[in-house]
Design a protein around this ligand. Structure first.
Ligand SMILES: [Zn+2]
Ligand SMILES: [Zn+2]
Length: 655
């Protein structure tokens, strides 16, 4: 089985390299590759010269060779890994040499559960509060962005923050949000439990006194019954995400630009690969046109494997059946490939991760629905993943999987349990016996305080029990579950894994349940690679594997704990190509058109690492760029025409 995977991957890699060499993508590659890495010959073909990176501190994650100081890269893969002397001997007249000046180098980070494709469609519209130190700063940013955002667009703060990061240890109030933005609609998503809307957003979404509460959600109202602007998931996130979906989206060209900016932001954080878990509202094939176009143009700067997510309650089986006639796992290439089904297989299996509410009870008909879909997937040899927060849900899912396995053996078919915060040892063993893996994320870093409040500190100590999963020997991958609640910053995840702390500084895990930094990194690289079946070709700096790596701004292995969150990449390489350069490597940074449209928060708040500095610096600054009441550019608005709480009034958009 392993051998087969390896061959498939090698074949795909060869096909990709062959495409490149054949000049089929020559024009786009010439754009994609900085001049140091690409030489366009007279016939228009691209010849990739070999590259040596030397004088670095490589942490290879190769058990046979723990560290190195130089590598040679050719045709998108590591050709040799060794000492400066060993590698420099391989130099020829055409070799490009980059001196890494003793920076620490790691294999590229692979986020094994994220919603990067959907996130890319919206990134340029979102204001991010990651790293912002106070409510006062957050409100200043909001005010500034509201001033520059033309009607009918909104200001959106969609996750990535929690009140525990703020000096005031609270979230902004509705009064403050209304004062910061009296005219421009504002939507702020808080964790998995609520959204804050200003009066303009209530108006824009048509939420009035007469609007009913949706199933599993509450519209907070004043004494007269008027909605206050606070939307609460009790526990269904439908109310939150279906309201967000009412905002205008970007036109296609801006979505392309937005996806590029999002990928480059991830490259800046050292991310070179992700596995996309689909998401509510992310329909196949329509909502994949942007990523497919980027791929066609050679403008993707990270690798993505994507899972197809059932969108419509009641027709999950039919949707998967239809998709099996359209596409199959492995389709695509090493940059963009299909990875199977999930994270939603059937809506009745959705257990909401909102720890401010009691654990939801899954309906009895879930088993039947899940069994039908699982049978179909196993028959078609589709790997699958399933969202599962609580052990109670996981145990039920395993009953179904074990039953199907008796009739149609999984026989090595990859399946993934996602999240697994409260999984018990028995379920870990059952997953192991069936050949599955667990993808964990740093969701507890954002809402650990609420978990402790409801279930107690002792229960939180093994939430999720990563050390037990590793001890059992099953595949474990790390990720973020970005973009709607948790930050897409993997360094926040590595901080959480290695220190056991939330963003608010609460220690959740005792020493023995934290991971050593290298082990934590392993989950984010080699560990995650299993989840797209690429563990033989990705995740370590070793000859023959993909040349994906990140040169770090600081030595992850020795900096003080709190500084882990501040680490970025100064040089990121994907497939042997520089996709990001900063600091000493700024000259290698490939060009990127400015974020569009021109009011994009991404232009002002270039990245969240600088957001707090910008917030502090701009107090009192007046934006003259945009007036309100400005007419929308044609084609900019694509309003949702769904009935009020979404097409079915069910739990769609819950992820
Ligand atoms: Zn999920
Ligand atoms: Zn997810």
């Amino acid at each position: 089985m392993t051998k087969k995977i390896k061959n498939t991957n090698q074949l795909e890699r060869r096909r990709f390299v062959k495409n490149v060499a054949a000049g089929g993508l020559a024009a786009s590659l010439a754009l994609r590759l900085p001049s140091a890495f690409a030489q366009v010959d007279k016939t228009g073909g691209v010849s990739m010269s070999d590259t040596i990176l030397m004088n670095g501190k490589f942490r290879t994650l190769d058990p046979k060779r723990h560290s190195a100081s130089a590598v040679m890269i050719k045709d998108g893969v590591f050709k040799a890994v060794g000492s400066d002397d060993e590698i420099m001997k391989l130099r020829t007249s055409s070799t490009q040499v980059i001196d890494l000046k003793q920076h620490t180098v790691i294999p590229g980070i692979n986020d094994s559960h994220t919603h990067v494709i959907r996130g890319g469609l919206h990134y340029n519209m979102e204001l991010r509060w990651e790293g912002v130190p106070s409510v006062a700063d957050a409100l200043r940013m909001l005010k500034e962005q509201a001033r520059r955002t033309p009607a009918p667009q909104w200001v959106r703060v969609v996750g990535g923050w929690s009140e525990f990061q703020f000096a005031e240890r609270r979230m902004p109030t509705l009064e403050e949000i209304n004062a910061a933005s009296p005219d421009t609609p504002v939507f702020i998503l808080h964790l998995y439990d609520r959204a804050l809307l200003n009066a303009a957003a209530l108006k824009a979404t048509g939420i009035t006194k007469d609007t009913p509460d949706p199933p599993g959600g509450v519209l907070y109202r004043d004494r007269k019954g008027n909605p206050s602007g606070m939307l609460i998931a009790e526990p269904s996130a439908l109310i939150l995400y279906s309201t967000l979906a009412k905002g205008p989206s970007l036109p296609f060209e801006d979505q392309l630009n937005s996806s590029r900016h999002f990928q480059r932001e991830l490259n800046r954080l050292g991310v070179t690969s992700a596995i996309d878990a689909g998401g509510g509202g992310q329909n196949y094939p329509d909502d994949y046109k942007v990523i497919e176009e980027l791929h066609k143009r050679g403008e993707m700067t990270m690798r993505i494997a994507y899972n197809l997510f059932a969108q419509n309650k009641g027709s999950e089986f039919e949707d998967y059946k239809h998709w099996t006639t359209m596409i199959k796992p492995g389709d695509g290439d090493a940059m963009l490939r299909m990875n199977g089904a999930g994270e939603n297989l059937v809506w009745s299996a959705a257990d909401f991760e909102n720890f401010l509410q009691p654990r939801p009870h899954l309906p009895d008909h879930m088993d039947r629905e899940l069994e039908r879909v699982t049978r179909l997937l196993v028959e078609h040899r589709w790997p699958f993943r399933i969202h599962a927060t609580y052990d109670e849900s996981i145990a039920k899912f395993l009953n179904v999987f074990e039953k199907v396995n008796k009739d149609i053996p999984f026989d090595g078919l990859r399946f993934i349990i996602d999240h697994a915060e409260t999984i018990r040892p028995d379920s870990i063993d059952r997953i192991n016996a069936l050949g599955g893996g667990i993808a964990i994320q740093h969701r507890m870093a954002f809402q650990g305080e609420y978990f402790v409040e409801r279930y107690g500190a002792t229960e939180a100590e093994q939430t999720p029990p990563i050390t037990d999963m590793l001890a059992a020997g099953l595949p474990v991958g790390a990720g973020t579950d970005a973009t709607r609640v948790a930050s897409f910053n993997p360094w926040v995840g590595l901080y959480w894994l290695s220190t056991g702390k939330t963003l608010g500084g609460l220690t959740l895990y005792p020493e023995e349940r934290r991971l050593e930094r290298e082990k934590a990194l392993h989950l984010y690289t080699k560990g995650s690679a299993w989840f797209s079946g690429e563990q033989e070709v990705k995740g370590a700096i070793v000859a023959g594997e993909y040349a994906d790596l990140a040169v770090l701004s600081a030595d992850y292995f020795s900096v003080p704990d709190e500084e882990i969150k501040e680490i970025v990449s100064v040089l990121t390489i994907v497939d042997g190509t520089v996709v990001h350069g900063n600091g000493e490597f700024k000259d290698l940074n490939p060009p990127l058109p400015p974020a569009s449209p021109d009011w994009s928060p991404v232009r002002t708040f270039a990245n969240h690492k600088q957001a707090s500095d910008i917030a502090l610096a701009m107090a009192g600054h007046q934006c003259l760029e945009h007036g309100h009441g400005r007419q929308p550019q044609s084609g900019i608005v694509k309003a949702s025409r769904d009935p009020f709480w979404g097409p079915l009034g069910c739990s769609c958009f819950a992820f």
